[in-house]
Design a binder for this molecule. Structure first.
Ligand SMILES: NC(=O)c1ccc[n+]([C@@H]2O[C@H](COP(=O)([O-])OP(=O)(O)OC[C@H]3O[C@@H](n4cnc5c(N)ncnc54)[C@H](O)[C@@H]3O)[C@@H](O)[C@H]2O)c1
Length: 336
């Protein structure tokens, strides 16, 4: 099987490529990534000499380039490529529309023309909007995206759905909760908090810290995507999550406990505009149909993640200084 992974130099994409290469030695992987600020080839440095894996630098919204990539006739596409940070979408939404909406349309069209057999659109629980206390969203729930990021992901889901209904193009959509784990860009909550705490810097927590998220280890998300890629029903949506709801403040306090750092590092800062209070999914469909269940408990996952950032200080210090690009300039020469 040949799989085109888009956005594979980012957090979840790089973990997913490593998962594919490890678990499917017969699977060839092409990684198409624009290498935005969030894309870092160092995340996949261990695969540089692996024959199964190949990197192509490019924008999913670039029709000509994407058309050329599809001449290699991938059997499947897993689309991670996106602008993914809510705060950035609030400051400037245009690139979110270009990549997350226009980009997926180009990908869908090229994949359809090339006769690709499976297209997995990696979406998010944020498309459902904020859940009231006790409420959970199923795949049938309507979308109420509240941030420009969530709205652009919802638009992508609708385009993917339309390609299935109009052309019978084999699309599956997944909607996962908040991921954590190795190689996450340290602007997102967990790596920001861990790296600040390791450097004895203040930990900025939005509002009262009581926003609730369901946290899943990235390895569990990758296993779920692998299950969907190989066994998911075409035209379906699958929610992915681990029923592990925590407030941001609980998460931060847990991290400080693991790191043995003082709670006085917490600083409450002005809340994010339109900040969704709670995300909560019903994930019984993927459990029932595909037999997937998360395997990593939050306690184990957090301890592993903290240990990873503690041991990879050079990685996150370079990322925080924006110096990681020097690494792939050195390795890949012409990539700028
Ligand atoms: N992080 C989460 O908790 C989470 C949860 C659910 C769903 N998702 C979705 O999973 C996907 C990956 O998320 P992530 O956290 O790994 O994001 P990320 O920001 O770490 O990585 C995104 C990757 O996409 C690449 N990219 C951006 N624009 C591109 C373009 N126009 N063409 C080609 N490549 C481009 C970037 O260079 C980067 O490598 C996103 O679609 C996101 O919406 C993320």
């Amino acid at each position: 099987m040949k799989v085109l992974v888009t956005g594979g130099a980012g957090f979840i994409g790089s973990n997913f490529i490593r998962f594919l290469v490890r678990n499917h030695p017969d699977c060839d992987v092409i990684n198409l990534d624009k290498l935005t600020y969030a894309g870092n080839l160092e995340n996949l440095s261990d695969l540089e000499t692996v024959a199964q894996y190949r990197f192509v630098k490019g924008d999913i919204a670039d029709k000509k380039l994407v058309g050329r990539v599809f001449q290699e006739a991938p059997d499947a596409v897993v689309n991670f490529a996106a602008e993914s940070h809510v705060d950035r979408s609030i400051l400037k939404a245009d690139q979110f529309v270009k990549t997350n909406v226009l980009g997926i349309q180009v990908l869908l069209e090229c994949a359809r023309t090339a006769g690709t057999q499976r297209f997995i659109q990696v979406s998010t629980d944020e498309v459902y909007g904020s859940a009231a206390s006790g409420e959970t969203f199923s795949e049938e729930s309507s979308m109420h995206p509240n941030s420009p990021y969530a709205a652009s992901k919802a638009a992508a889901d609708l385009l993917a759905r339309a390609y299935y209904h109009t052309y019978g193009f084999p699309v599956i959509i997944t909607r996962c909760t908040n991921n954590y784990g190795p190689y996450q860009f340290p602007e997102k909550l967990l790596p920001l908090m861990i790296t600040n705490a390791l450097a004895d810097q203040p930990l900025p927590v939005y509002g009262d810290g009581y926003n609730v998220r369901d946290w899943i280890h990235v390895e569990d998300h990758c296993a779920a995507l692998d299950r969907v890629l190989h066994q998911g029903r075409l035209g379906e949506i699958y929610n992915i999550g681990s029923h592990c709801e925590k407030t941001n403040l609980e998460m931060v306090k847990e991290l400080l406990g693991i790191l043995n750092k003082p709670q006085s590092l917490v600083r409450f800062v002005k809340d994010r505009p339109g900040h969704d209070r709670r995300y909560a999914l019903n994930v019984s469909k993927i459990q029932r149909e595909l037999g997937w269940r998360h395997q990593i408990s939050l306690g184990d996952g957090l301890r592993q993640t903290v240990a990873w950032y503690s041991c990879h200080r050079e990685w996150w210090e370079r990322v925080k200084r924006g110096e990681y690009r020097k690494y792939y300039k050195k390795v890949y020469g012409r990539i700028s």
